[in-house]
Design a protein around this ligand. Structure first.
Ligand SMILES: C[S@@+](CC[C@H](N)C(=O)[O-])C[C@H]1O[C@@H](n2cnc3c(N)ncnc32)[C@H](O)[C@@H]1O
Length: 292
């Protein structure tokens, strides 16, 4: 695994697990590093989705899983399963020697039988990694998937048409904050009624450039009123020191949080002003229990 910050990120990037033919290495990497972001963020995304569905009277909301990777956000949005159960599944030795085709077949059957949450969703995935998107399509997580880099260029006609119908964009992993050009191109393709955008950046990764892009497209961004939550464990003291420095530079108090050994994240919501009420009135699942 590379152990270096890339681009303007201070976070170690584990991109050698991002483009395998199946999700095993990715989930095992997340498990080993104690990832918790999606556990907390998706609970908040679901509360936001419920408010959006009510505000717009949507029967089957259309989601964009932005920087989807193998679809963990979609999995937790769509199915009755916890992140801890996902990690436990891929720890099983039966996954050690299985071929990618076997893993995909197993996962497809598993997901077909896994109870679904309401409301029913239509999910379009976007990621630069073709194998990750193909896996999500093959197992039935994504209704549509696009391996494109909107940081580098305009969306294909097919992706632009899909974006034109999206109601909500969800993203874990800070890409929306770190890639304002991609965010701008996504929102430009989204049509007149802009989607809500819910993201869970690491504290210190929230960027003014992203807020400006959102505002230019008529979206007002706020931090949801939930306590900061664990993103993942630090790999070591150097990563921790960088994270503390960056969180403090963004105005966060790090004592008891980053200082105690984990990246922390928060949920940002961007939406047209006034639509969907006050998040303090939502069942925001403040009580999502921490994972061990
Ligand atoms: C930290 S991972 C997060 C993945 C997933 N959302 C999750 O919660 O596990 C970041 C993802 O961003 C993707 N990515 C990097 N650059 C991108 C770009 N320009 N457009 C879309 N996705 C990108 C990577 O391929 C990777 O899958």
């Amino acid at each position: 695994m590379p152990d270096k910050p890339q681009g303007d990120s201070f976070v170690t990037i584990f991109d050698d697990t991002y483009d395998r033919p199946d999700c095993r290495a990715y989930f095992r990497m997340m498990d080993a590093l104690g990832y918790r972001n999606q556990h907390h963020a998706v609970a908040a995304f679901r509360a936001g989705l419920a408010a959006l569905v009510e505000a717009r009277g949507l029967a089957k909301p259309r989601l964009l899983d932005f920087a989807s990777s193998y679809g963990v956000v979609t999995l937790l949005m769509r199915h009755e399963i916890t992140l801890a159960e996902v990690f436990a599944r891929y720890r099983a030795p039966a996954f050690d020697d299985a071929s990618p085709q076997e893993v995909i077949a197993r996962d497809r059957a598993w997901l077909a039988a896994l109870p679904r949450r309401a409301p029913s969703l239509h999910v379009t995935a976007l990621d630069v990694m073709p194998n990750a998107v193909a896996y999500g399509r093959a197992v039935g997580l994504f209704d549509a998937g696009h391996a494109e880099d909107l940081e580098a260029g305009a969306p294909s006609d097919e992706l632009a048409a899909a974006l034109g119908r999206v109601d909500m964009i969800v993203e874990c992993g800070s890409v929306a904050q770190l890639m304002p050009r991609a965010l701008d191109r996504v929102l430009a393709a989204c049509g007149a009624r802009k989607p809500w955008v819910m993201t869970s950046p690491i504290r210190g990764n929230e960027r003014a450039a992203a807020a400006e892009v959102l505002a230019r497209h008529g979206l007002v961004q706020e931090v949801l009123p939930i306590p900061p939550f664990i993103h993942r464990r630090f790999e070591g003291p150097e990563e921790q020191a960088r994270a503390i420095e960056n969180a403090r530079a963004a105005g966060h108090v790090t004592e008891g949080l980053e200082s105690a050994g984990h990246f922390h994240a928060q949920v940002l919501l961007a939406r047209p002003a006034g639509e969907g009420g006050d998040p303090r009135d939502w069942p925001l699942a403040l009580s999502v229990p921490p994972l061990p």
